[in-house]
Design a protein around this ligand. Structure first.
Ligand code: PAF
Length: 321
C-alpha cells in the first residue's frame, strides 16, 4: 500500500514510525509529508525516533515537501492520512491535491469535530474516512516521539463509501494492526469522534491552563471538578445531537488521564511551543452546538475564553510550527 502521512506531529510520527518499523513488503511505500522544508531536511537525515519506556528505535522514512519529485513519483497515493491540526487542514488539502486520484482514500485524524464538514470543502469526489485515536504520544523534539500510553484507533466513514474506498480502509486497518496499533473499523465513527471529543474537552484545555501532565490533573480537586463539569456539559450537548454514548464520558476521561498519566497533552504542547491551539474544534464546537440547541455550556465557555486569552498573550507571529 502507498501511504502518505501528512504532518510530522506527535501522532503523525507515531503512526509513521510504527508502520515503517514493521514494513516488510517491497510493494509498500510510506512517505511523510511536511510543509516545513528545514524540518523535512532534518527528519530525512535523523529519521523518526520512536521511544517507549523500554526502548528506542529509529525509522528512516522519506520526508517530502509538498510537490517534490519524491512525492510525485509515488502518486497517486492509496491512502493519505492527515495528522495535522484541524485549523491547518484547508491549507494542506490544497497543497497535496496533485498527489491524489479519485481512488485515493483520504483519512482525517484530528481532535474535535470542527473538520467533519470536510467533504464539502474538498475538491475531490471520494468519500473521506475519519479516525479517532487515544494513543498517548508526545513529541520530545522534531521527529522524536515518546509513546507514553497505549490507546485505540477507530476508523470509519460518515457516509457510505464506494466499495473500493471501503476496501482501502480495511487494508489500512490491517496495515496499522500489523504495525502493532490497536486499530479497528467502526460503523459509527461519529460516536467515537464524540467520545474522543469528551476526553479532549476535559483534558486538553485544563492541562494547558494548569500546565500539568494528564495524570497530574487528577491530583488537584479544582481541576478534577472542572474536568467533570466540562465533560458533563459536552455529554448533554451530544445527547441533544442524538449521538450514541456507549461509556460514561467522565469515567472515560478520568481513565485516559490515568492511562496517559505522563503525557503532555497536545494543547499543553501547543502552549509550550506558543502555537495556536485546537480549542475552537474542541470546546468551541461544544459551545457552538450547545448554542444551536439551546443548551447552556458555562464551563466550556469559560475555558474557551481562558485559552483564547492565553493564545493572545503569546506572540503567535513568532510561534514555532
Ligand atoms: O490531545 C491529546 O493530547 C490526546 O488526544 C489525549 C488523548 C488527550 C492524550 O494526551
Amino acid at each position: 500500500m502507498r501511504i502518505a502521512i501528512v504532518g510530522p506531529g506527535a501522532l503523525g510520527c507515531l503512526f509513521a514510525s510504527l508502520l515503517s518499523l514493521k514494513r516488510q513488503s517491497d510493494k509498500d511505500s510510506l512517505l511523510l509529508l511536511d510543509h516545513n522544508r528545514e524540518r523535512a531536511a532534518l527528519l530525512n537525515k535523523q529519521g523518526i525516533i520512536y521511544e517507549t519506556d523500554s526502548k528506542q528505535d529509529r525509522a528512516m522514512i522519506p520526508v517530502s515537501v509538498e510537490l517534490e519529485p519524491l512525492a510525485l513519483s509515488l502518486r497517486p497515493m492509496d491512502v493519505v492520512l492527515f495528522c495535522v491540526k484541524s485549523h491547518d487542514l484547508q491549507r494542506c488539502l490544497q497543497s497535496y491535491l496533485p498527489l491524489l486520484s479519485p481512488q485515493t482514500l483520504l483519512v482525517f485524524l484530528q481532535n474535535g469535530i470542527g473538520h467533519l464538514d470536510i467533504q464539502g470543502r474538498l475538491n475531490v469526489s471520494s468519500t473521506p474516512a475519519f479516525a479517532s485515536s487515544s494513543e498517548g504520544a508526545t513529541l520530545l523534539s522534531p521527529g522524536h516521539v515518546l509513546h507514553a500510553g497505549r490507546g485505540r484507533t477507530h476508523l470509519g466513514f460518515l457516509q457510505s463509501p464506494v466499495a473500493l474506498q471501503q476496501q482501502q480502509l480495511e487494508k489500512l486497518v490491517l496495515n496499522l494492526q500489523e504495525a502493532g496499533i490497536e486499530a479497528s473499523l467502526s460503523k459509527d465513527i461519529r460516536s467515537h469522534l464524540w467520545a474522543k471529543l469528551f476526553i479532549n474537552a476535559g483534558i486538553n484545555p485544563l492541562t494547558a491552563l494548569y500546565n500539568r501532565t494528564n495524570g497530574q490533573l487528577l491530583t488537584s480537586c479544582a481541576a478534577r471538578g472542572r474536568l467533570k463539569n466540562i465533560v458533563r456539559e459536552a455529554e448533554a450537548v451530544a445527547k441533544g445531537c442524538k449521538i450514541t454514548i456507549n461509556v460514561d464520558p467522565v469515567q472515560a476521561t478520568i481513565a485516559v488521564c490515568k492511562s496517559t498519566a505522563r503525557n503532555i497533552s497536545s494543547m499543553l504542547q501547543d502552549r509550550r511551543n506558543k502555537r495556536l491551539t485546537e480549542i475552537d474544534a474542541i470546546n468551541g464546537a461544544v459551545v457552538r452546538e450547545g448554542k444551536r440547541l439551546g443548551i447552556a455550556t458555562p464551563f466550556n465557555d469559560e475555558v474557551v475564553e481562558q485559552i483564547k486569552k492565553m493564545e493572545n498573550e503569546y506572540n503567535l507571529g513568532t510561534a514555532t510550527k
